[in-house]
Design a protein. Structure first.
Length: 40
């Protein structure tokens, strides 16, 4: 049986990484605009 290593850097995850980056930017921008430096 042949096995393959699956990495987050693989091309199949490009869209997921882009979406996650966009979500993080929006979250951090919102936190910054509200003067927040922590989250729960």
């Amino acid at each position: 049986m042949k096995t393959h290593e699956l990495l987050i850097t693989d091309e199949i995850f490009t869209g997921l990484r882009q979406d996650f980056n966009m979500m993080m930017r929006k979250t951090l921008n919102t936190m910054q605009s509200k003067g927040s430096d922590g989250g729960k």
